[in-house]
Ligand binder design. Structure first.
Ligand code: IVH
Length: 701
């Protein structure tokens, strides 16, 4: 894989493939983090992906993708809530990791503003709360809308939920507030409230949240407002946008005004004037961190003078006038007791370090990931060694290095699956390079894969079956009544056929929970296209990709017909090219789908599953627009809006946005500088229009 190569060693073709892989990996990680409240990557791994993406873009600027992660913040708003556009984008913050980074930040600002050395450059400094940001619109002093960040441009309308938070005033108090303003801040859950909530959830047999941030996000984004109301969510106001009139001259005064208007603001916010004071503040907050009532992951500095903020403005996704100074990951030294192998849903074997339990940043850690065998070789680690581990935020701890070698024997990765005994191999790609991961070749005969796949199938992001969690999946699998997804819908019959007592007589069930489980299962006999596809757990076809296929094909049937045709026709076929022409769909996803379809046991499973469930058609976001159902390609420079915005509008009107021109394209919107796509459109005799003509067509001129 070119994923392991240093950026300087990449050829242009490798770089392009790498950018595609990174765009997808980052989008999937964003979706997991922002939409499902379940991070899948460590912060460090995520940052590494973004850094690599940036480095490749810097070396090959021409290869920068239209969907480059560099230009995106967060993830698109999820389903279930109405979408709402922010009147000004909700931005992210650049990060500083060292004192030098902070000093550079101040120097850059001085240079940008042309400040003489004697001019004081004051900042506010405040903790960076690990929650989720929320934008609150006030009109004539009344709360009229609350919107999550979403992708920074468009978020979810969670007004009814936000109204349940006592820290969010319904009506502004005091005076001096602008007639219209969006007050922004962070929704979070106190550590103590999080512990209580998780204890209650565990007691009730429900899934627990990984950390307070996820609990806050999951609690705010509840379709049932009563649930949000029952959760102890808090809110700190720290920013604003789109004020209809000025109301303060400095950041500090603005936040002080919020407090007068009835908001809760962070009492730890201070105004400071030198880089030395900044560093002292950082150290002070870091020392207080473990004892604070909420999770923080750094401190934020903002230029105090608002006229200077105005002049400094923004660069791509972050303001020039603010920076987040992140805390380093927490580390500890302990003994590696052994290395276990975990077999994942796609059969990948992951070595996991079993550790002498040790406290890292207030959390007891007894496992850490070792990623893969190459990583173990790189670290030169073996059981018995003393190792340094690191825990960053909420994520899986990592082994960093060997501190002191022990007497243990060298460790070798097994070449058979520890669960089913099938051969475990490293796939070799077209260029003859071995995959970093070893995979079990047992497929569905491997119990570990079956259980992991089933867990994924019923998880929140897929079929989301209440009462069917890891514990139950393992139990039913052990009893032999749940082997494949379709068995979920045949559970009652399978239990009878196996000669087992009815579920209500099983230990830990009872009449009520058995009834509840069966009805939760029945409720999923109709399932949305994207959830169903994601649930199948096909490699490279995760949540984001599934949603893209659903938006593009609308009906499961037409989608699967295309997958079959592509499988039969191969990579030269028109249908294959149609699949990879869909915006955001890469070759890896298309090929993986085709390989899935090509396996007889997958086809059998799918057929059996479709006898039990009905896959609902994706409803285009808007019908009756002149572009509903039309396939549109944007090319060249757009002048009235960004390409992302244009695509989002088109999708919202029910159009399919494709990345390449084919005979199936209905409309090509070409701006200045359009090249080969325009030429191809003309050659095929397609409808080509200007940006203005497009806007007129969709009624926005
Ligand atoms: S200011 C334009 N202040 O950090 C500047 N953000 O990494 C807007 N955050 O999206 C952000 N505590 O969700 C600001 N005291 C604080 C914050 C804070 C947490 C979050 C916020 C933002 C993210 C950026």
């Amino acid at each position: 894989m070119s994923g392991d190569k240093p950026v300087e060693a990449l050829s242009e073709a490798e770089a392009a493939a790498e950018l595609e892989r990174l765009a997808r990996a980052i989008a999937d990680a964003d979706a997991a983090y922002y939409q499902n409240d379940a991070p899948e990557l460590t912060d460090a791994d995520y940052d590494a992906l973004r850094q690599r993406n940036l480095a490749i873009e810097a070396r090959f600027p021409a290869l920068k993708r239209e969907d480059s992660p560099t230009d995106r913040v967060g993830a698109e708003a999820g389903d279930g809530f109405a979408k709402a556009r922010h009147s000004a984008p909700m931005l992210s913050l650049d990060n500083a990791f060292t004192d030098e980074d902070v000093a550079d930040f101040a120097v850059r600002i001085r240079r940008f503003l042309g400040l003489p050395a004697e001019e004081i450059l004051a900042f506010t400094a405040e903790p960076k709360i690990d929650g989720l940001s929320l934008s609150l619109t006030y009109e004539a002093g009344k709360l009229t809308r609350a919107t999550t960040r979403g992708d920074g441009q468009t978020g979810e309308d969670v007004t009814a939920n936000a109204r349940t938070l006592t820290d969010i005033p319904e009506t502004l108090k005091g005076k001096g507030w602008p007639d219209r303003i969006e007050v922004r801040g962070e929704v979070y859950m106190a550590k103590s409230a999080f512990a209580e909530l998780n204890a209650r959830e565990a007691e009730a047999g429900r899934k627990v949240f990984a950390n307070p941030r996820n609990a806050a996000a999951g609690s705010l984004r509840q379709l049932d407002v009563e649930i949000t109301k029952s959760r102890p969510l808090r809110f700190f106001a720290y920013a604003w946008a789109a004020a209809s009139a000025p109301f303060a001259e400095t950041q500090f005064d603005a936040v002080t005004a919020f407090a007068d208007w009835g908001f809760v603001t962070n009492p730890r916010m201070v105004r400071i004037e030198t880089v030395e004071e900044i560093i002292a503040y950082y150290q002070e907050i870091e020392a207080q961190r473990a004892g604070l009532e909420y999770d923080i992951d750094g401190v934020v500095y903002k230029v105090d003078r608002l006229d200077w903020q105005q002049r400094l403005g923004f660069v791509s996704r972050a303001p020039r006038w603010a920076i987040a100074h992140k805390f380093p990951a927490e580390k500890a030294v302990t003994t590696l007791l052994g290395i276990d192998i975990q077999v994942g849903r796609t059969g990948s074997l992951t070595p996991v370090a079993r550790l002498e339990p040790v406290t890292v940043g207030g959390v007891v850690v007894s496992n850490a990931t070792l990623h893969n065998e190459d990583e173990i070789a790189r670290l030169g680690v073996k059981p018995g060694d003393k190792v340094e581990i690191q825990r960053a935020g909420d994520v899986i701890p990592q082994v960093l290095r060997v501190v002191e070698a022990g007497q243990g024997a060298p460790w070798a990765m097994p070449d058979t699956c520890p669960v089913c005994g099938s051969a475990a191999v490293r796939e070799i790609d077209d260029a003859g390079r071995a995959d970093v991961r070893r995979r079990c070749t047992g497929g569905l005969i491997c119990a570990a894969q079956a259980v992991e796949r089933l867990k994924h199938f019923v998880s929140r992001k897929a079929l989301d079956i209440d009462g069917l969690g890891e514990k139950q999946v393992i139990l039913f699998h052990e009893k032999g009544v749940l082997k494949a997804p379709q068995d979920i819908f045949r559970l009652k019959k399978n239990i009878e056929a196996a000669g087992l007592p009815p579920l209500e007589d099983w230990e830990g069930f009872g009449a009520q929970s058995a009834r509840k489980l069966y009805s939760a299962i029945d409720a999923r006999r109709k399932v949305p296209f994207a959830r169903f596809l994601n649930g199948l757990g096909i490699r490279y076809v995760g949540q984001t990709t599934s949603a893209q296929f659903a938006r593009s094909f609308l009906s499961w049937q037409s989608f699967w017909v295309a997958v079959k045709a592509a499988e039969e026709g191969g990579v030269e076929s028109e249908t294959y090219n149609e699949l990879i022409g869909i915006d955001g769909i890469g070759q890896a996803a298309a090929r993986s789908l085709m390989a899935f379809e090509g396996e007889p046991h997958n086809r059998e499973m799918l057929a059996a599953l479709l006898e039990e469930v009905e896959v609902e058609d994706e409803i285009p976001a808007a019908t009756g627009s002149p572009v509903t159902g039309k396939t549109v390609v944007f090319t060249g420079t757009l002048e009235k809006m960004t390409r992302d915005e244009a695509k989002a509008r088109a999708s919202a009107l029910g159009a399919k946005v494709a990345g390449s021109v084919s005979a199936k394209t209905d409309i090509v919107v070409a701006g200045p500088g359009a090249g080969s796509k325009l030429a191809k459109a003309e050659q095929l005799g397609l409808t080509v229009m200007s940006e203005d003509e497009w806007l007129a067509l969709i009624g926005e001129s």
